[in-house]
Design a protein around this ligand. Structure first.
Ligand code: PLP
Length: 380
């Protein structure tokens, strides 16, 4: 038996998206060319763009295809700042935003113990430095805790104190479970990534709304409205449009199904270790992510033992070598390094079954209680 509880890392590709990706991969035309084969490719690229725009509340011309969420985030941050302007972001952003803001000399805003951006701290900073801010980036929902950020409040503060700044949201975790067009309304820049909602890996987009002025971060043919160069990933774009269409159309039943399964998982686990509560549960959360800190245990050990019994999950941040660092998200929420070093993220998806959840409860119970016993940890 296996249980894949790592849908926040990547989702299985939707069969219709896979079919599209395979079929479109057989087309020879380069969408930038002018002969008939190129025009076929161009038409398909543009209809995919239109579909994605429609589903995200944007015009087709506002959708810039990228290689994924990381590139979209980098383009949003570095593309929005110029001499004398800085980027501002919450301290719990994905590394694609966080490290871009750090590398550009920007400012990170603290979060509360419940896992949302500290709105007072944001307001204080914007009041004093509003004129120097080029972009404010706040993720729609956090990829480790699932906590949904106070988007409307952020938008209001930025428009009030820093009206010339662009507003960016990394909505990478959102499209399956939230209406991105609605929740990110009024944001200038929105990042998405195909493989987080049933599309292929290696394709994403940055929505660049209307009057937002950004500049490219690398140079070449300028294929994507002069903002992104390189021959577009046509099979990826077409398949991502199909996946987004399914994610959008199936959102209500997906949310219900995945929420029920997540509740079952949480109930089952709290029957095993009642004193351990999921992180971020005081705030609205995505229905698919549950995150625990097992104080005194080690994430790597937990994951290794889960893996050996076919339960696939993750911890917090991992570096390129695959080694685990304590999650910056949990540390920013005020968890100790020791607590954050024992984190476990369980993320469900639309393909998760009741049987997987039952099996995961049993195995996680065995592994966590076994390790706690071995280490003499007393919280259970
Ligand atoms: N932003 C968030 C919130 C994510 O969860 C991820 C992926 O884990 C990314 C950005 C990066 O996306 P990609 O894997 O498409 O580069």
């Amino acid at each position: 038996m296996e249980a894949y509880l790592d849908h926040a890392a990547t989702t299985p590709i939707h069969p219709a998206a896979l079919q599209t990706q395979i079929e479109v991969s057989a087309l020879v035309g380069n969408p930038s060319g002018s002969h008939r084969a190129a025009r076929v490719a161009k038409d398909l690229l543009e209809s995919s763009r239109e579909e994605i725009g429609r589903l995200l509340g944007a015009a087709a011309s506002e959708v810039i295809f990228t290689s994924g969420g990381t590139e979209a985030d980098n383009l949003a941050v570095f593309g929005s700042i110029s001499e004398g302007k800085i980027a501002v972001a919450s301290a719990i952003e994905h590394h694609a935003v966080l490290d871009s803001v750090r590398a550009s000399g920007g400012k990170l805003i603290n979060v509360t113990g419940t896992g949302i951006i500290d709105l007072e701290a944001l307001e204080r900073f914007l009041k004093e430095n509003g004129k120097e801010v080029g972009v404010v980036s706040v993720m729609t929902a956090n990829n480790e805790t699932g906590v949904i950020q106070p988007m409307a409040e952020v938008r209001e503060l930025v428009r009030k104190h820093s009206p010339s700044a662009l507003l960016h949201t990394d909505a990478v975790q959102a499209p399956r479970y939230l209406d991105v067009a609605d929740i990110a309304a009024g944001f200038d820049l929105v990042s998405i990534s195909g493989h987080k909602f049933g599309g292929p890996k290696g394709i994403g987009a940055l929505v660049v709304k209307g009057s937002a002025q950004i500049k490219p971060i690398f140079h070449g043919g300028g294929q994507e409205r002069e903002l992104r160069s390189g021959t577009p990933n046509l099979p990826g774009a077409a398949a991502m449009a199909v996946a987004l269409n399914h994610a959008h159309g199936e959102r209500a039943p997906s949310v219900k199904r995945v929420r029920d399964l997540t509740e079952k998982l949480r109930d089952g686990l709290s029957a095993k270790f009642s004193t351990i509560k999921p992180n971020g549960q005081e705030e609205p959360q995505l229905c698919n992510i549950t995150n625990y800190c097992f104080d005194g245990l080690n994430s790597e050990e937990i994951l290794f033992l889960l893996d050996s019994r076919g339960v696939y999950a993750s911890a917090g941040s991992s570096c390129a070598s695959g080694a685990l660092n304590p999650s910056h998200v949990l540390i920013e929420m005020g968890r100790s390094k020791r607590e954050a070093s024992g984190s476990l993220r369980l993320s469900l998806g639309t393909t998760t079954t009741e049987e997987e959840v039952d099996y995961a409860i049993e195995v996680i119970g065995d592994v966590v209680l076994g390790l706690a016993d071995k280490k003499g940890v007393a919280w259970v």
